[in-house]
Design a protein around this ligand. Structure first.
Ligand code: TRP
Length: 336
């Protein structure tokens, strides 16, 4: 670990198959961060417990996530790849933060309201407190930068507020993290209903492109994707009149990392099916590469387990330092 580099942190839940939305929203940008920062990349299995049931195959999904991180260019020699539940300090810090979190702020979180609606009969404290566990993940490592997709920005604000509150008891307890929402990342929408986010849990699989999709299904899904009822046939970004076409432009802009207006120029004399064809080619190229690397790493479970075992050990070292500070701050009797 290079002591002079500041820390960057990010995480994903291992809740089943990852989507093109997960990749373009956040994961794509993780490997570049390794050049400038000491990165901690966590697999947030405890977060997954808020929505998964007891029979979900977390063990398999967690190993999938490790292989995916590697396939996306995370280098375990540089970065710390680890599983959240392996570092018990996450839940310990979570409790301290719980005691300083505002119930009113938590119940206003957009994601909580959406998730609560989809499971109205039983909304758990875990669902409500989910952002506090995120705050613990981040603050435990004194993270300076946190990469998230657009939908997690609000949770990062809450994290910053909590950190400032604890720092007001004793300054410099935590580094106040800055949120990075990558410039060309965007919230990718469902292919069949572009008013709704692309989601792995959509009942219609044709709405969602998965990172391990076969080429034939990518072709089929993009061909079937809704364009727009607007009949002028023009390719331009207009969320109201052309949500479908706008979604295609967002995907392409994220893949190529160029602004949307450049694409509007490129496609000014082309039609919807030209755009779909380019999309098919470029999405398939991205996914083919990830998929090949994923299967290459996924074969070797021992290797994947070794990576997260070592990762947890390295992470624990830093986590313990922060927890020492916290135990001192709250003047708990030490058990030694
Ligand atoms: N909640 C995030 C998601 O579902 C995953 C996550 C957990 C995370 N802890 C985090 C992201 C800390 C950033 C920082 O996408």
């Amino acid at each position: 670990m290079n002591n002079f580099k500041s820390v960057a942190f990010s995480a994903m839940q291992p809740s089943g198959s990852f989507t093109l939305g997960n990749y373009l929203g956040s994961l794509k940008y993780w490997s570049d961060m390794q050049k400038k920062y000491q990165c901690f990349y966590c697999i947030a299995d405890l977060h997954a417990l808020t929505t998964l049931n007891i029979n979900s195959n977390l063990e398999k999904n967690t190993l999938d996530a490790v292989a995916l991180y590697l396939a996306c260019g995370i280098n375990p020699k540089k970065s710390i790849i680890f599983v959240q539940s392996h570092v018990l300090e996450h839940t310990s810090l979570y409790w301290f933060l719980n005691c300083h979190s505002s119930y009113n702020e938590l119940k206003r979180m957009t994601q909580f309201k959406v998730k609560q609606k989809s499971n109205i009969s039983f909304s758990t404290a875990g669902l409500l407190n989910y952002p506090i566990l995120m705050a613990a993940d981040i603050l435990l490592y004194q993270s300076k930068k946190v990469i998230v997709g657009e939908d997690q920005k609000q949770h990062l604000e809450l994290t910053r507020n909590l950190a400032k509150k604890i720092n007001s008891f004793k300054k410099d307890t935590f580094v106040i993290p800055e949120t990075i929402v990558p410039k060309y990342s965007s919230k990718i929408m469902s292919l069949l209903n572009p008013y709704q986010k692309m989601s792995k849990s959509d009942i219609n699989v044709n709405s969602t492109i998965f990172l391990l999709d076969k080429k034939e299904s990518i072709i089929k899904k993009i061909k079937k994707a809704v364009t727009d009822s607007d009949k002028d046939g023009k390719i331009c970004y207009d969320l109201k009149k052309k949500p479908g076409i706008s979604n295609f432009l967002k995907i392409l802009s994220s893949i190529r990392e160029i602004p949307i207006f450049v694409l509007e120029n490129e496609f000014s004399r082309k039609n919807y099916s030209d755009l779909k064809q380019v999309l098919i080619d470029e999405v398939s190229t991205v996914i083919e590469k990830i998929k090949n690397d994923f299967y290459f790493f996924r074969k070797n479970e021992l290797f994947l387990k070794k990576i997260v075992n070592e990762g947890a050990e390295r992470a624990r070292f830093f986590a313990k330092k922060t927890m020492n500070k916290i135990f001192n701050l709250f003047a708990l009797l030490k058990n030694n």
